[in-house]
Every structure is written in structure tokens, then in C-alpha cells.
Ligand binder design. Structure first.
Ligand SMILES: *Cc1c(COP(=O)(O)O)cnc(C)c1O
Length: 224
């Protein structure tokens, strides 16, 4: 597994698709290291990656402890309320805010403002976590009461399918919702960012205008 080579291919793909979609700003690549060892995470750092994503408490703490200080740490998975206090102040971006109970706990435990993405279930699949598209605005309006929460953007996971036009349409729906929330000019919810696209569909997310793509398997691999 040559992370540097993978990154080069991914960046080329991203550039091609940004041009295709008339997108002027390329997304940041988050290396999702949840399947791999510390050594592989270091390879990604040495290849120039500065954004890292983990979806579990233990993995997050382990990677954060060894990566240099300029690594930006993203918590990309759902977090149990009882675990919030153990990790939330270590997190640079939290991508999975999807319920008020969790917002309340984050607000209570945070020692500074926490940058959060609201996770949205755009496809409506019952297996997926997240607020439904139609509930996003009301959900974000409810978050006004929590001083330590800043809504920087919206996040989604697309279904596993080969149907690229369908996936693109979901990403486009999330972007439209992001624009709608951004236009509200809420001081606690600037909502300028879009976290979408994984190994199978990051090129489509780039084409639609993602600001963060989260790539595991195709960038750092998957160790059993
Ligand atoms: C695991 C995971 C990813 C990366 O998945 P790959 O398909 O390996 O690229 C991205 N986002 C979230 C939320 C994940 O849990």
C-alpha cells in the first residue's frame, strides 16, 4: 500500500471532477484511518495529509496521541452521549451531530466552541443515521440554545450503489440545503461546509462541490 501514490491518483481524480462540475475550490481530503495501524496513519501524514478521521473513541485517541500537533482531527462517527466527555475537547471537527440529546451533552462538556456538522440522512434509508432533509432547518434552529456548538456545515453518507446519477442527486440535495441554511445568516451556524464523499463516490462529491471528502479504503487501505 503506497499512500503517496494513492493520494496522487485521488487528487488527479478530484481535479478532473472539479473541472467537470465547474468547481473552483478542491475539497480537503480527510484520511479515514479507522481500519489501519498507527504506522499507516503516519504514512498518510508523511504523504502530506493533515486531516484525519476516526469513528471510534479508542482509535481517535490512539491516532491523536501519535500524530504531530498540526494534524486536524475529525470525529466522523456517531458518539454515545456517555462518551462525549472523554473526547469532545480533543476533536477539531465533529461530523455526526444528529440529535438534541447529543448536542446538549456536547454543550455541557465542551470547554470551548466545538465545530460540528449536522449529519443528514438524505437518501432516507432506514439503516442510515442522521436527521432527515426536511428536519434539518428546525433541528439547527433548536441548537441556538447551545453556546458551545458551532454548526460549520452538513454531512452525509451516500448509499452503496453504482448508480452515479442518483448519488450525485443526493449530494446536490445536501448542497442546496447547505445553501438554504447558510442564507439564514445564523451567527452560531455559518454552515459553509459540506462533508460528503467516501472511497466509492468522492469523485462525485468533488464534482458537486464538497469541502471535505472522507476517504479510507482507497487512500490508506483496509487491514483486517
Ligand atoms: C468509514 C467511513 C468513511 C470512509 O470509508 P471508505 O469507504 O473506506 O472510504 C467515511 N465516512 C464515514 C462516516 C465512515 O464511517
Amino acid at each position: 500500500m503506497d499512500v503517496q501514490y494513492n493520494l496522487k491518483c485521488i487528487n488527479e481524480q478530484i481535479q478532473t471532477h472539479c473541472e467537470k462540475g465547474n468547481i473552483s475550490t478542491m475539497p480537503n481530503v480527510i484520511a479515514v484511518t479507522k481500519y489501519v495501524t498507527i504506522d499507516r496513519a503516519n504514512d498518510a501524514y508523511n504523504a502530506g495529509i493533515r486531516h484525519f478521521g476516526e469513528n471510534r473513541l479508542e482509535g481517535f485517541q490512539q491516532k491523536k496521541a501519535i500524530l504531530p500537533n498540526d494534524a486536524v482531527m475529525h470525529f466522523i462517527g456517531s458518539l454515545q452521549t456517555r462518551k462525549v466527555k472523554e473526547v469532545i475537547n480533543e476533536v477539531d471537527y465533529f461530523h455526526a451531530l444528529d440529535r438534541l440529546k447529543l448536542a446538549k451533552e456536547i454543550d455541557k462538556r465542551a470547554e470551548h466552541k466545538i465545530k460540528c456538522f449536522v449529519q443528514v440522512n438524505v437518501s432516507g434509508e432506514s439503516s442510515k443515521q442522521g436527521v432527515s432533509l426536511s428536519e434539518v432547518k428546525a433541528f439547527i434552529e433548536e441548537l441556538k440554545q447551545y453556546e458551545n456548538i458551532e454548526i460549520v456545515g452538513l454531512m452525509t453518507m451516500a448509499p452503496l450503489t453504482e448508480d452515479e446519477p442518483y448519488i450525485k442527486s443526493l449530494f446536490q440535495l445536501l448542497k442546496t440545503k447547505r445553501d438554504e441554511i447558510k442564507a439564514l445568516n445564523l451567527n452560531y451556524a455559518p454552515c459553509t461546509e459540506l462533508s460528503m464523499g467516501m472511497s466509492n463516490d468522492y469523485h462525485l462529491a468533488a464534482e458537486v462541490g464538497a469541502s471535505f471528502v472522507r476517504i479510507g479504503t482507497k487512500l490508506v487501505g483496509k487491514e483486517e
